[in-house]
Design a binder for this molecule. Structure first.
Ligand code: AOF
Ligand code: ZN
Length: 392
């Protein structure tokens, strides 16, 4: 395969002279931060960040930036190269994920990087997509582009954990988020929405929604709370994820808020194959997308089947917002990759709904399956943030 373009010229400065590991880490950190801009919107693709930096005037100069566009294309590198134009020649590209090597609707990013004369490419992690999987790095090197791999690899892997899960496991990254009272509850039976966390934690939760491709709840949460499950942070209203309801018997009321708003923000309702057809139809007419998944051995929806299905539809990262039984099943089946518990000082008392349907919260916190990556105040509450140990 010929990937060297006739317009490729030698870099104006030998790149090895300017390599500074600290600078590499700083620009990779910047690329990861930039990449987060389209988290929740780039699916089915990963939201990649690319920063092009020239080093030839004795100090670093950013000449182009790109983040994978909403819907997954154009890719980050193409946008950064477009911005840099001729200034890309001899520059270093900091890319959170190995540039792609396959011909999709557009030529591979490695070809574009080579054609534009980029001298050096620094990446966070290898792309697990079998169409790329090391070939991007190899093609760059074969063309004389210097490659540095694995810079801030752990941070890049966390950022791209949804893409990695979807490619490797065939399911999205599952992120469990819950506001938990001092007495271990998420609400009070029959009381609708109970204020457990404060305004700072609420804003945090809405920002998490914005960065997720989808948000999933059990029908119990819809019946109890009638939540909207949208992102309502000023300026981020168009970042609401797909709303998914697990509802084996199609009990979701067609007049509920998740269904009423389904023509603006999509709502997918998974029912069992034997759910009453008339109720399914009413929900479909009201605007919801009706899907079918198997029942598990306990008679409830088989959540793993749902996860496989939504990954096939392109979802890379799903946030779980309730209720207790959905959370418990996911934990029992070892399907939780990230946990964000907001611990509040509020006490629910009589009628309280235990957060994890009988599983003590402390057991999750102490589980060797997870590592604590953050434990910090969030307004008047406390955020305890865990990651699956194998993701780091
Ligand atoms: C990059 N830069 O910004 C992204 C990449 O369907 P396609 O042709 O868009 O390719 C999707 C694959 O490209 C995806 O699975 C992942 O491997 C890679 N994503 N690669 O070079 C980007 N988003
Ligand atoms: Zn690409």
């Amino acid at each position: 395969m010929t990937i060297q373009s006739p317009t490729t010229a030698a870099a104006p400065l030998a790149p090895t002279r300017t390599i500074d590991p600290d600078l590499d880490r700083r620009f990779m950190a910047a690329a990861i931060t930039f990449a987060r801009r389209n988290a929740g919107r780039a699916w089915p693709n990963p939201s990649v960040g690319c920063i092009l930096v020239r080093m030839d005037r004795g100090f670093p100069e950013v000449v182009g930036r790109g983040v994978t566009a909403a819907g997954g294309r154009p890719h980050a590198e193409v946008l950064a190269l477009r911005q840099a134009g001729e200034a890309a020649r001899g520059a270093t590209a900091y890319v959170t994920l190995e540039p792609c090597a396959h011909h999709g609707r557009t030529p591979p990013c490695v070809d574009s990087l080579i054609t534009h004369g980029v001298a050096r490419v620094v990446t966070g992690i290898e792309d697990p997509d079998p169409r790329v999987a090391g070939r991007g790095h190899a093609m760059l090197e074969a063309s004389g582009v210097e490659v540095a791999r694995g810079v801030l690899a752990r941070d890049a892997a966390r950022h791209h954990a949804g893409h990695i899960a979807r490619i490797r496991l065939g399911r999205p990254l599952v992120s469990l988020k819950m506001a938990i009272s001092a007495d271990g509850c998420i609400g009070r039976r029959g009381a609708g929405q109970v204020a457990i966390s404060g305004p700072v934690a609420r804003a945090h939760a809405h920002a998490l929604r914005a960065e997720s491709d989808a948000i999933l709840v059990g029908v119990g949460t819809v019946l109890e709370d009638d939540p909207q499950l949208t992102c309502r942070l000023p300026g981020l209203e168009d970042r609401s994820p797909i709303r998914i309801v697990l509802d084996s018997a199609a009990r979701t009321p067609p007049g509920s808020r998740v269904v009423a708003g389904a023509r603006t923000v999509p709502t997918w309702i998974f029912t069992a194959p034997d759910a009453p057809a008339d109720r399914r139809e009413a929900l479909s007419i009201a605007g919801a997308t009706m899907l079918v998944a198997e029942r598990g051995p306990d008679g409830r929806m088989d959540i793993e089947d749902v996860l496989f299905q939504i990954a096939r539809d392109g979802v890379t990262r799903v946030m779980i917002e309730g209720g207790a039984r959905v959370a418990r099943s996911l934990l029992d089946q070892d399907l939780v990759d990230e946990v964000q518990f907001v611990r509040s000082a509020v006490t629910v008392g009589e009628g309280g709904v235990p957060a994890l349907a009988g599983l003590p919260v402390g057991e999750v916190l102490a589980s060797p399956r997870f590592v604590t990556v953050e434990n910090r105040p969030l307004g008047g509450d406390r955020l305890v943030h865990l990651w699956r140990r194998s993701i780091g």
